[in-house]
Design a protein around this ligand. Structure first.
Ligand code: SF4
Length: 372
C-alpha cells in the first residue's frame, strides 16, 4: 500500500524541485522528512526528537517527528539516511512528549548554552482531545502528572526542577515563555491561569520577558484588556489551524469564526499585545489559503507560525486536502506567503517552528539567526 506521507520521489527529485521553484534542496528535504516521519528503531516511542546537521549546509536543525517503520528516512544512531543514502549527521533521539517544559533559541552565555525561549505545557494537554489532526493525547507523558501546572504550588515545583536541571538561578535570561495548554473549561479559567503564571514567573523567578498565550480561548475585549494591563509584554498566538472544514477538524471550544478571530487579534494589537496565528499547512486548498491568510495581514504583528501536517495517529494523512498530497503544494504555499508578506517587515523564525515551510531561505534571502 502506498505510504500517504511519502511525497519526495528521490533525492534527485529534491534537486529538480530546487531548480523549478528556487527553493533550497535542504528546505525541500526537511519539509519532506517532517511529513513522512523517521524510522528510529532504538526507541519504542511514537514520536522522537533529535538534532541533525544536513551535509548540504553547515547548520544544525532540531526535529520532532513521528517514529514509523513506514518511513524511508532512517536514523541509524549516527546518521540520517534517505533510502539508504546518508544525508545528515544526527544525534541520538529522545522520546517526544507534549507535557514537558523545554527550551528553544539557545545562545552562549559565559560558556554555557542557555535557552532563551521556554515552552510550558501547563494544563493537561496530553488529556485534551477532539481536534482531528491532533494526537498529543496519544503520546507518552514525560513523568506522570508534570503536565498539570494549574496551581502556583505545582508550577513552582516544576520551575524549581527545571532550574536545577538547566543549572540556572532564575529565569532572567529567558526572553519569552510560550504557554501551551489543553482547553480550559472556559475563558475565565484560561485568563486566571495566564495571570497566575504571569505573577509566579515574574515575582518568583525574575522573568522579565514576553508571555505568549497559544490558544483560542481568549475572546472577549475584557480579557484582552486584563492581559494588556497585567501581562506586559504579551503575545496572543491564535490557534486557527485551518480555514475550511472547521466544524469537522476542530473541537467546539476552538471553533472561533475566522471573522471573530480577526476582531480579537485586531483588538489585541490595538491594546499593544503582540499577535500571530498558528496554522497547519495541508488541510486547505491553496487558493483558499491565499485568500484567507491575506485577510490577517492587518492584524498580525508577527509572521504566522505555520506547521506542516504530520501524521501523529494512523489515518490522519487522509485529512489532508487532496492537493496537499504533493510536495509542490508546500513549495507553492511558500511562494504565496512570500508574496503576501513581501511589503511587511516580518519573517519566519526557524527556532519557533521546527516543522515549518522555511528553514534556510525566505523571500530570496538567507534566513540567518538561531535555528534551535
Ligand atoms: S485543543 Fe485540539 S489541538 Fe489542542 S491539544 Fe486539544 S485536541 Fe489537541
Amino acid at each position: 500500500m502506498k505510504n500517504k506521507n511519502a511525497f519526495l520521489e528521490s533525492l534527485e527529485h529534491a534537486f529538480e524541485l530546487e531548480k523549478k521553484y528556487d527553493v533550497p534542496a535542504v528546505d525541500i528535504l526537511l519539509i519532506s522528512l517532517n511529513m513522512e516521519g523517521v524510522n528510529y528503531p532504538f526507541l519504542d516511542s511514537k514520536r522522537v526528537r533529535f538534532k541533525m546537521s544536513p551535509y548540504l549546509i553547515n547548520e544544525e536543525f532540531y526535529l520532532a517527528l513521528t517514529n514509523t517503520k513506514d518511513s524511508r528516512w532512517t536514523h541509524n544512531g549516527k546518521k540520517l539516511l534517505f533510502e539508504k543514502k546518508p544525508i545528515a549527521d544526527a544525534e541520538l533521539a529522545e522520546n517526544d512528549t507534549c507535557d514537558s517544559t523545554y527550551f528553544r533559541k539557545f545562545v552562549n552565555i559565559k560558556g554555557h548554552k542557555i535557552g532563551t525561549e521556554m515552552t510550558i505545557n501547563s494544563n493537561n494537554r496530553r488529556k485534551c482531545s477532539g481536534c482531528k489532526f491532533c494526537g498529543t493525547y496519544q503520546l507518552n507523558s514525560a513523568k506522570g502528572d508534570e503536565d498539570d501546572l494549574t496551581s502556583p504550588l505545582k508550577l513552582r515545583k516544576r520551575i524549581n526542577h527545571v532550574l536545577i536541571n538547566e543549572k540556572l538561578e532564575d529565569l532572567s535570561y529567558v526572553r519569552g515563555i510560550s504557554i501551551v495548554t489543553g482547553c480550559f473549561k472556559n475563558e475565565k479559567e484560561t485568563l486566571e491561569h495566564i495571570l497566575m503564571l504571569n505573577d509566579v514567573l515574574k515575582n518568583n523567578y525574575n522573568f522579565k520577558g514576553e508571555l505568549k498565550y497559544m490558544g483560542s480561548q481568549m475572546t472577549s475585549l475584557k480579557s484582552l484588556k486584563k492581559i494588556a494591563e497585567y501581562v506586559n509584554p504579551a503575545t496572543i498566538a491564535m490557534t486557527i489551524e485551518c480555514f475550511t472544514r472547521r466544524d469537522q477538524m476542530l473541537k467546539p471550544k476552538k471553533r472561533v469564526s475566522l471573522e471573530k478571530s480577526r476582531e480579537i487579534l485586531n483588538s489585541a494589537k490595538a491594546l499593544g499585545i503582540g499577535t500571530t496565528i498558528l496554522y497547519i499547512q495541508g488541510l486547505d486548498p491553496l487558493d483558499i489559503f491565499a485568500e484567507e491568510i491575506k485577510k490577517y495581514i492587518p492584524v498580525l504583528t508577527n509572521f504566522p507560525i505555520i506547521n506542516t501536517m504530520q501524521e501523529y495517529a494512523p489515518g490522519q494523512a487522509d485529512l489532508r486536502h487532496p492537493s496537499a498530497n504533493k510536495i509542490d503544494y508546500y513549495l507553492n504555499a511558500r511562494k504565496i506567503l512570500e508574496n503576501i508578506f513581501k511589503d511587511k517587515n516580518l519573517k519566519p523564525k526557524v527556532w519557533q517552528d521546527y516543522r515549518g515551510l522555511f528553514f534556510t531561505k525566505y523571500n530570496g534571502e538567507k534566513l540567518n539567526g538561531i535555528k534551535i
